[in-house]
Design a protein around this ligand. Structure first.
Ligand code: MET
Length: 601
């Protein structure tokens, strides 16, 4: 998109299913990069709405309710709170964290469906689906087990066999059984409404091909879906949990969760703008949070229906087809909406060499991390950005987490800032010294510093957050090198004026880091702001050496980062080993074939 045309940004982060807490895979894949991007835009004074919320509909929720012996509503209430609170504590700066069980969402999604219905977009199809006569309910694929026709495993699910990995249709199963009643399900006719994706194929191709700049993994996946040929897809389901289909002959049917979930971005924006308009601060604190301010007084439609709005979806790679094919087709069918400018999907993060698994408890849960590593949000933010799976799957290990904290955050960034602040207090009573005569060494630092903001901006604007963060760390490296070369602690005995200049410049480098690191490590930026007493600056001020005026009093030195000891890491590794042991003991018990039911339920 032509940058000069952009008036505002709508940044969305995938709506997490409320069937469990958020883990590091979600953070690295979606929420941290999205937050970096949104914070960066705000620091550049761009008009941005950063949107997210809980995905509370669909079979994943009903399955969880069944497992926990509670109602779907109780499930979503419980996890919505856990997830929302941990995002907030982790510094994910959504303008709104909404939820798809809200009235606004139900109305918005139903209206959207109705518009498409009235335009004659859907086709009606009668198909045969498994039905549990005892439970009086149609069965989603996940609710059916049976013998796998390929390998003979007796505990295969209606969509996949976990033993041989085959993708199945429920009707492929030999001796199918309903997991609700244990009975053999019967085939019964049912009517559903289909979105004829095939009719949008040409327009989708044109859309995708106009975005050759997308990440190769995203572009490639879209191409292979298109090349395989798109099929009509049911947008309604026979289920009793979700957004009711707003038609007369649709009793007992709800919208397909992947129809309503992306509309959740729109309903959240609506809610944000409407409440901001009414001047109500955080009206539903218990239900969801809004970080509202003056600039949120807007019409939500500007954020969705204008070609001056840049829409960016942050998602994990398992969501690509929904955001790049199905949702755009829905928006095209509707006719009024703008399509996403980019969908920077990440690959997956593994944990200690193994795939993260909710059911095997092979994960680092955000809510537990926040409890066990109090005040260390930025350490996790740092490690997950520095190792983000941007172009290929990556591995998180606790040893690497410790090493990056101790050798990078403590030794490079923390050390530089600490030295500058401590020396300024020691030699000049905490007051920014005057810059005297500039030498070649100083000038080289000033010149190098000046180049960083544009470099970092380019990386962020091209969704290369790893690269951007490593450049910010290079600014701290530059500062350390400068101090090591000039050795102000030695010079102080012979040339105090020279030390004034060195510390003046070093303090400016620290003040630059404060601005440049804010999108990545907001808690650290906040600490730096207090330490340097340096408020009110944003991205446009970075790159200069005039951020702190001479004579300005800085605050006390505090440590930005603490060393992480072996015991803390051993404790975490111990926890994972326990999961391993209990999985081995339970290995006879069937576990879900897929962690997230993203496709047909
Ligand atoms: N809940 C989905 C997932 O976790 C994402 C929905 S984004 C509209 O995969």
């Amino acid at each position: 998109m032509d940058n000069s045309k952009i008036k505002r940004y709508t940044v969305t982060a995938a709506l997490p299913y409320t069937n469990g807490p958020v883990h590091i895979g979600h953070l690295a894949g979606v929420y941290i990069p999205a937050d970096i991007y949104a914070r960066y835009l705000r620091s550049n004074k761009r008009d941005v709405k950063f949107i997210c919320g809980s995905d509370e509909n669909g079979v994943p929720i009903t399955l969880k309710a069944k497992k926990e012996g509670i109602t779907p509503q109780e499930v979503v209430d419980k996890y919505h709170k856990i997830i929302g609170n941990s995002f907030k504590e982790f510094g994910i700066s959504f303008d709104i964290y909404h939820r798809t069980s809200s009235l606004t969402h139900h109305q918005t999604a139903a209206d959207f469906f109705e518009t498409l219905y009235e335009k004659g977009v859907f086709t009606e199809e009668i198909t045969e689906q498994y039905y549990d006569a005892t439970a009086k309910q149609f069965l989603a694929d996940r609710y059916i087990t049976g013998t796998c026709p390929k390998c003979g495993n007796e505990n295969a699910y209606g969509d996949q066999c976990e033993n041989c990995g085959s993708t199945l249709n429920a009707t492929d199963l030999i001796n199918p059984k309903s997991t609700l009643s244990g009975d053999k399900p019967i085939l019964k006719e049912t009517k559903n409404w289909f979105l004829p994706l095939d009719k949008y194929e040409d327009r989708l191709r044109t859309y995708i091909e106009s975005h050759k700049e997308w990440r190769p993994n995203v572009y490639g996946q879209c191409q292979s879906w298109l090349n395989a040929g798109l099929q009509p897809r049911a947008m309604t389901r026979d289920l009793d949990w979700g957004v009711r289909v707003p038609l007369r002959d649709a009793e007992g049917k709800v919208l397909y969760v992947w129809f309503d979930a992306p509309i959740g971005y729109i309903s959240a924006t609506k809610e944000l703008c409407n409440y901001a308009k009414l001047d109500v601060w955080n009206p539903k604190a218990e239900e969801y949070y809004i970080n509202s301010n003056e600039s949120d007084k807007c019409g939500w439609e500007e954020y969705w229906k204008s070609d001056e709005t840049k829409l960016v979806h942050f998602i994990g790679k398992d969501n690509i087809v929904f955001h790049c094919i199905i949702f755009p087709a829905m928006l095209m069918a509707h006719g009024e909406y703008t399509l996403a400018d980019n969908v920077p999907a990440n690959e997956f993060l593994n944990l200690e060499g193994q795939k993260i698994s909710t059911s095997k408890n092979w994960a680092v849960w955000l809510n537990e991390y926040l409890r066990e590593f109090e005040g260390k949000q930025d350490v996790l933010r740092y490690v997950l950005t520095a190792t983000a799976p941007e172009t290929k799957d990556n591995d998180f290990t606790w040893k690497d987490f410790q090493a990056r904290n101790n050798n990078e955050l403590v030794a490079i960034l923390g050390n530089f800032v600490n030295r500058v602040v401590v020396l300024t207090h020691k030699y000049f009573g905490g007051s920014v010294p005057t810059c005297m005569e500039i030498t070649d060494v100083d000038q080289a630092v000033i010149d190098e510093l000046a180049g960083y903001p544009a470099k970092i901006s380019a990386s962020i604007e091209n969704y290369r957050f790893r690269e951007a963060l490593s450049e910010v760390m290079n600014v701290a490296r530059l500062g350390n090198k400068y101090l090591a070369e000039t050795e102000p602690w030695k010079l102080i005995k012979t040339d105090e004026d020279r030390v004034r200049t060195i510390l003046h410049i070093a303090l400016q480098v620290a003040a630059n880091i404060q601005i440049l690191i804010e999108p990545f490590l907001p808690f650290t930026a906040e600490k730096l702001m207090k330490m340097l007493q340096n408020g009110g600056h944003d991205w446009a001020d970075a790159g200069t050496v005039s951020l702190l005026k001479r004579g300005h009093d800085i605050g006390e030195a505090v440590l930005l980062f603490d060393k992480i000891e072996d015991e803390e890491i051993d404790f975490q590794i111990g926890k994972l080993n326990q999961s391993k042991a209990s999985n081995a003991a339970n290995s006879a018990v069937a576990i879900p074939a897929k962690e997230n039911i993203q496709f047909d339920d």
